[in-house]
Write a protein that binds this ligand. Sequence first.
Ligand code: SF4
Ligand code: SF4
Length: 367
Amino acid sequence: MSEVYFAKVGASKHDERLPKKVKELFDKAGFAGLIGKNEYVALKAHFGEPGNTTFLRPQYMRQIVDKVKESGGKPFLTDANTLYTGQRSNAIDHLNAAYQHGFLPAVVDAPVIIADGLTGRDFVEVEVNLKHLKTIKYGTAAYHAHVIAAVSHFKCHMVGGIGGAIKNIGMGFGSRAGKQQMHSDVNPKVNDEKCIGCKTCLKWCPEDAITIVDGKALISQEKCIGCGECMISCPTKAINVRWDATSQSLQEKMAEYTYGILKDKMDKCFFFNFVLDVTPDCDCVPWSGAPIVPDVGIVASTDPVAIDQASADLVNQQRANIGSKVTKAMEPGEDKIHEVHNLTWDYQLKYGEKIGLGSRKYKIIEI
Ligand code: SF4
Ligand code: SF4
């Protein structure tokens, strides 16, 4: 059974402020002991697509940077480039997006290094020999770090169900080629009855895979890389996939990636999930939907499976927020995460446990 340290949201005096709780979690969870003198510590961030306002606040990251330095390590903030268009698909735009969102030395006191370089081609290939993938391709900066920590905004995800530690490491560190591997089973289809031929999806598609034929969008399955951009950009929700079938393989591949990235660092990794602003979609989208439940708190663990299981359980223990994407009243104990995108979110956890990434059994230790 893994240990998951938990600090509740909410404060009514100076001593209870959340940034202080981040440092206390770091101490109580014993993360300092994982860091050797002058070791490179990769703090895996998600800087948020410009337009999104619920990405992880840099002020929280600063607390972890301070603790890593105090522990003797050399921290840097990092993420890999995205597969799709947007403002994080190359290192220049990606760094500018990070700076725009406050991930600046003056705020976080650490440099930002894009893990897979200028164009997403700076990656290493590592053998995993698992069910879906023989090798994985991920950012060189993550490979060379001595310690890896995922600092994640926990939320729902339109393909993976949840976006927590496994998604942040597995999908997040994947190079462009790696992300394509993980998305390879996602084949979106257009519902002609809903398509109004507005061409919005054409503008978002990074592969020019969509054309308009007889006033309706048509997707070339040969060109499509399964990034899902068209689905989230379509104003009439005319594009969809067989979510559960594709989501299972994508989630399992994310777990394989996470396993491959961490396999030589199992005793050199740690995780924070901020279960705050639990939005229906990932921070990759340039907007922020209303949170589906009230803010919960912050969890910390050395087990990526346990921390994601605990975070999802904490979300589902809340009442649903009226007016969010959870359209019906849902009580504590009901699965609000499943309700948001109508997909099963725990394939990554079951499979992660099976391949030795961690345990779904956990003990909450509240600080
Ligand atoms: S964005 Fe949607 S409605 Fe517009 S052309 Fe594409 S599929 Fe059709
Ligand atoms: S068709 Fe959709 S899923 Fe396929 S590459 Fe284009 S935007 Fe991505």
